[in-house]
Write a new protein. Structure first.
Length: 479
């Protein structure tokens, strides 16, 4: 007989700050360590992270921090966590190397006033391979590959022994399924391994902790196959291209480079965060693009910068791409000037809070007599499970219980409704908020009476914005 529980320190009723806890009698897992950018009126602080006092109070049971993928929502609290938790960090090779580049081995981090080299000494990074099972005292954990915008992303299956005393071990799974999609048109290291998911399902799934971010989206998510065709048509148009993209959309940026090469265009990435991830994917040979043939690090000449076959990707987080474009449109950037015949293309979804800013920047862009290309942003895959994708996961895993995770209240409630429509009884859909503890014994849900205190920590790290990253001798160029 085994007792275990699941709860969130962050990530429920909000978008960002994903931080989840799975605890058995003897083992405790911390899954993802996300952060969120505070509102602009919070001066002097750069990140909101969940309070993880519960973890420090139970540090003797903590087996490690398990990270599903690289990104602000899943690794953004690293600076804070590493100061207080000296435990193993488990993730894929790509995720660990990306953490090293973003949070440890970069000049911006070392130049921070609060930088303490001792915080980053002897970090116990452990590379997990897909389908690897790690055993602890009374549980095991397995990583399985999922499709997101960065390669080598993981979901996790925590295996608990539900056998009675004297019986042979009988391990069942509790599955952590973060933001992802089921697209099979992606390159190998981005692809969900459905056979691995099926194997976990065959072992039996007690509970599915499934992301709700895409629940309001009817149908299935858009595939990379559709985007490939659209990008090839875009690159066939005349004139220089300025593309606004999300820094974490590594797969999309690689697709742009691939489509550009077909049309013999050369590509420059402005924004070191995107550039680091693309470089890493190439160094690890996670892409069909050969860096030895297509990538050069050199100062752009005026001729190349202004050439009609140039593609300039302005990639950043939050509103950074808009700030990049605004700087160029207002002639404030010393490297780029808009000119007649240029094309400006939006290749990212715009949050409502940035719509007014974008409208103002579009006016500034149009003042330069350039073309705003109408590109269907719905073609850009967003790593999330749509309503029909969630139903596929319910069918595949056949979990006894479903706990909606990751998303604001509307998203969580939408997944609850999807599960009801699929045929789950309300007693088998466990709706919890941050701090509410879902308690289980063997394969049965007991209650959610326990409550863990949750709050936010304002953390004054220096989040190095890409907006100052117009240093072209550090640009990544594909010629």
């Amino acid at each position: 007989m085994v007792n275990y529980k699941f709860f969130a320190l962050g990530g429920l009723g909000e978008v960002g700050k994903n931080m989840y806890v799975f605890e058995t009698d003897k083992d405790l897992y911390l899954i993802d360590i996300g952060s969120e950018k505070p509102s602009s009126d919070v001066n002097g602080f750069d990140a909101l992270v969940p309070d993880f006092t519960y973890i420090t109070e139970h540090i003797d049971k903590l087996r490690g921090v398990f990270i599903s993928r690289f990104g602000e929502k899943t690794t953004g609290a690293f600076h804070k966590i590493i100061r207080d938790l000296k435990v193993p960090f488990y993730a894929s090779k790509f995720t660990i190397e990306a953490i090293n580049r973003r949070y440890i081995n970069n000049k911006e981090n070392k130049d921070r006033e609060d930088f303490n080299a001792d915080d980053y000494k002897d970090i116990d990074f452990k590379v997990m391979e897909p389908n690897e099972v790690i055993e602890f005292e009374d549980s095991k954990i397995e990583a399985f590959k999922i499709t997101t915008s960065v390669p080598d992303s993981f979901g996790f299956a925590i295996k608990i022994d539900v056998s009675e005393e004297g019986e042979a071990p009988n391990f069942k799974n509790c599955v952590y399924l973060p933001d992802c999609d089921l697209d099979q048109n992606v390159w190998g290291h981005f692809k969900t391994e459905l056979n691995a998911l099926a194997k976990i399902a065959d072992e039996g799934v007690v509970c599915l902790f499934s992301s709700s971010s895409g629940a309001p989206k009817m149908g299935h998510v858009t595939t990379d196959g559709n985007l490939d065709l659209a990008l090839r048509k875009l690159m066939a148009q005349d004139g220089r291209m300025f593309l606004l993209m999300d820094a974490e959309n590594t797969s999309g940026i690689l697709q742009v480079i691939d489509a550009a090469y077909v049309q013999k265009r050369h590509v420059t990435i402005v924004g070191h965060k995107a550039r680091d991830l693309v470089e890493l994917a190439m160094e690890l040979r996670y892409t069909r693009i050969d860096q030895n043939l297509y990538m050069k690090k050199e100062v752009l000449t005026d001729e190349k910068r202004n050439a009609a076959d140039s593609v300039i990707i302005l990639a950043g987080e939050r509103d950074d791409p808009f700030n990049f474009m605004g700087s160029i449109a207002r002639f404030e950037d010393k490297h780029f000037r808009l000119k007649k015949g240029d094309n400006v293309v939006l290749l990212l979804d715009v949050p409502k809070k940035y719509e007014k800013k974008l409208a103002k920047i579009w006016n500034e862009v149009l003042f330069n007599n350039v073309k705003l290309v109408d590109f269907d942003v719905n073609l850009i895959p967003v790593p999330m499970l749509g309503a029909e994708d969630l139903k596929i996961m319910y069918n595949l895993f056949s979990p006894k219980y479903i706990i909606p995770i990751t998303g604001d209240f509307r998203m969580l409630k939408t997944q609850e409704r999807i599960a009801l429509d699929y045929g789950y009884k309300r007693d088998n859909i466990i709706y919890i908020e941050n701090g509410e503890v879902a308690a289980f014994r063997n394969t049965d849900f007991i209650n959610k009476d326990e409550k863990v205190e949750t709050k936010e920590i304002l953390f004054g790290i220096e989040v190095d914005s890409d907006i100052n990253d117009f240093v072209l001798d550090e640009s990544l160029q594909f010629l």
